[in-house]
Design a protein around this ligand. Structure first.
Ligand SMILES: [Zn+2]
Ligand SMILES: [Zn+2]
Length: 245
């Protein structure tokens, strides 16, 4: 893979993990730099199939909903009591910090917390991150990641009120949640596949990858509905898949 920007799916099951799957988590790499984006239930196990945890340079958590971060105390068990790893930089919202602090007696020295907010940027090695607010019941960060002139934009969780263009133009891959089947569109602050396709079209994303599909929602239908709204080919995130951005 060399210096290419890649994204590996550690888990992508929406809201809860379906049979044999894990909730949201992604490994983003460029060169020797590795950052984990969300750490939902089951993703720390899958992470270890792709990288030595000691090689992880940072962890970005998009929001406080448990399907996006509750492997953090499990990672901390491993780092503190078994692997003897200290000083992992964790970036997340204030709400996530409060819950993490309640669940883990001491974040440091294992975890070094940095509260991230919409509008902020971050650099980790060659990876540049930008954070923007989505349309979700709690403060939730959409994440734009750039390296070597390539860009992936991750919706995190959002309803249709999110403006994916706020974080900048020129998106190679939009990794977009499509939690809902068409019959549930508008019921909660998540997206249907049709809405995800519309957002990808609105920002002129070169590729669209659907994720966070809730177990039981038919993936082929999601793909078809998203493709019709997007006007291009649509991929579905699957655990273990790596996308070269
Ligand atoms: Zn979620
Ligand atoms: Zn959520």
């Amino acid at each position: 893979m060399g210096d290419a920007l890649t994204l590996t799916v550690l888990g992508c099951s929406g809201s809860y993990a379906g049979p044999g799957d894990a909730c949201s988590g992604y490994l983003v790499r460029a060169g020797d730099t590795a950052v984990v984006l969300d750490l939902g239930p089951g993703t720390f196990a899958n992470l270890q199939a792709h990288v030595d945890p000691a090689e992880v340079d940072g962890l970005v958590l998009t929001h406080e909903h448990p399907d996006h971060w509750v492997d953090l105390p499990i990672l901390r068990n491993a780092f503190r009591y078994v692997l003897d790893i200290e000083g992992l930089d964790v970036y997340g919202t204030e709400g996530t910090r409060a819950l993490a602090t309640a669940l883990i007696d001491e974040l440091p020295p294992t975890l070094v917390w940095h509260t991230a907010a919409p509008g902020e940027t971050l650099a980790v090695g060659p990876l540049a991150f930008g954070f923007g607010l989505t349309d979700h019941p709690v403060e939730t960060l959409a994440v734009r990641i750039e390296a070597g002139g390539r860009t992936v934009l991750y919706s995190a969780d959002t309803g249709p009120g999110w403006d994916p263009g706020l974080l900048g133009e020129g998106v190679d891959v939009l990794l977009c949640e499509a939690s809902l089947g068409p019959e549930h569109e508008g019921e909660v602050l998540h997206l249907s596949a049709r809405q995800a396709g519309g957002l990808a079209r609105a920002i002129g994303a070169d590729r669209l990858v659907l994720t966070h599909i809730v177990p039981g929602v038919d993936e082929d239908t999601q793909r078809t509905l998203a493709a019709a709204a997007y006007g291009g080919e649509v991929a579905i995130a699957t655990t273990g898949a790596t996308f070269t951005i």
